[in-house]
Design a protein around this ligand. Structure first.
Ligand SMILES: Cc1ncc(COP(=O)(O)O)c(C=O)c1O
Length: 389
């Protein structure tokens, strides 16, 4: 099998598995006062320190969660309720039209259930947030905004977002800024302190840690309304028994990804550039999405639109040849849904359903891309014929 769906989840790193196995034999609830509890607590705290150090955060800024989805929900709902509780006029939630559903759906839910006004800012043709639209929004509604949420890097097309500009614009508005950095952590430099963000979501399984653990980095002094109430763990914003083995494996995975970042970035960029060059000659009808300038995108993602080819047909034909890729967007009952990201980039509904996302990671080699290119041209022709039937 050729696995090229690393943006969905990437293989567990050996060092993360080892750390998980070692910690998993310990018994003890990290909140208990006896020796076993203290040993469990020591593992969680070591993980907290290592994760924080890898990402330019203070250990007290790490709130363990079950992954990126929970971290985004906690941040967006938690900031909204907190800020609105402080000042009832603050009902606007400003986000981008290209967020992952983990960031977009909480905003839409707050709009339909909790009296929020959702503002989804536009992006340009390569998926970069229109910063002038944010400037206009703030000029008109500065005192009504409860929270701003803008992702660091897009999970479908890989475009990096102008977060420094977002933070600078909001600097004196008293508005928390959250970023979904699930695809950025371990792939591009992420320094929480330098970013000026109020909160940042990350997920271990995107960098070679286990599925089911992640974190919200929450700036010291920032307050959030909790979503779960109970034992008061994690600064009382995320109650629930802590997971020492998951936490240490997550920290080890992030640490390893950050340590390898420069070499991996260069290696994946070369693989991506080589693949794009081959696609242009061998599959000329495929249009590469995202920025031409690779420095403005994640190194591991190549996103294509194959006009006229149903996304699910492309996927199934490739899968039948042992090539595991994704369409990048959601799938309902086996049918690829038109990508809201592509539509926001100005593509037609049809093009937004004719997508393929090839995503590479720490185990990807040129052999994987050779295996893909051995079948892709024919797979595209077959998918186009499905459409014509
Ligand atoms: C940008 C982004 N945000 C959030 C998530 C959700 O993370 P998790 O799977 O840890 O809940 C993903 C996963 O696909 C993602 O790519």
């Amino acid at each position: 099998m050729t696995y090229l769906d690393h943006a969905a989840t990437t293989p567990l790193r050996a060092e993360a598995r080892e750390a998980w196995l070692k910690a998993s034999v310990e018994v003890g609830n990290a909140s208990a006062l006896h020796g076993a509890g203290r040993r469990a607590r020591a593992i969680v705290e070591e993980a907290r320190e290592r994760l924080a150090a890898a990402l330019g955060a203070h250990p007290t800024e790490v709130i363990w969660t079950s992954g990126g989805t929970e971290a985004d929900n906690l941040a967006i709902k938690g900031h909204y309720w907190q800020r609105r509780g402080d000042d009832a006029a603050r009902t606007r939630i400003v986000t981008t039209a290209i967020e992952h559903h983990a960031g977009l759906d909480p905003v839409r839910w707050l709009a339909s259930h909790e009296g929020a006004t959702a503002v989804e800012l536009p992006v340009d043709a390569v998926g970069t947030l229109d910063i002038a639209a944010l400037r206009d929004e703030l000029a008109a509604h500065r005192d009504d905004v409860a929270v701003i949420s803008a992702m660091w890097a897009n999970n479908e097309v890989g475009t990096l977002q102008p977060l420094a500009d977002v933070v600078a614009l909001v600097a004196d508005a008293g508005v928390p800024v959250h970023s979904d950095a699930v695809q950025a952590v371990g792939h591009v430099p992420v320094d929480f302190a330098a970013s000026g963000l109020t909160s940042l979501a990350l997920s271990a399984h995107k960098v070679g840690g286990p599925v089911g653990i992640g974190a919200l980095l929450l700036a010291r002094g920032a307050r959030l309304t909790p979503l779960t109430h109970g034992g008061g763990q994690e600064r009382s914003v995320r109650s629930g028994t802590l997971d020492p083995a998951g936490a240490i494996a997550a920290a080890v995975a992030v640490e390893a990804a950050v340590a390898d970042l420069d070499t991996e970035h260069a290696r994946l960029t070369a693989l991506r550039d080589g693949l794009i060059a081959r696609l242009r000659t061998e599959v000329p009808m495929a249009v590469v999405s995202g920025p031409e300038d690779g420095t403005r995108a994640l190194p591991g993602i190549v996103h294509l639109v194959v006009p006229g080819a149903p996304g699910e047909a492309l996927l199934y034909v490739l899968d039948s040849h042992g090539i595991e890729v994704s369409n990048g967007s959601a799938c309902v009952a086996g049918v690829v849904q038109a990508s809201h990201v592509l539509e926001a980039m100005g593509r037609s509904h049809e093009d937004a359903s004719a997508t393929l996302r090839i995503s590479m990671g720490h185990t990807t080699t040129t052999d994987d891309l050779d295996a893909l290119m051995a079948v892709l041209p024919d797979a595209v022709q077959r998918a186009l014929r499905v459409r014509q039937r």
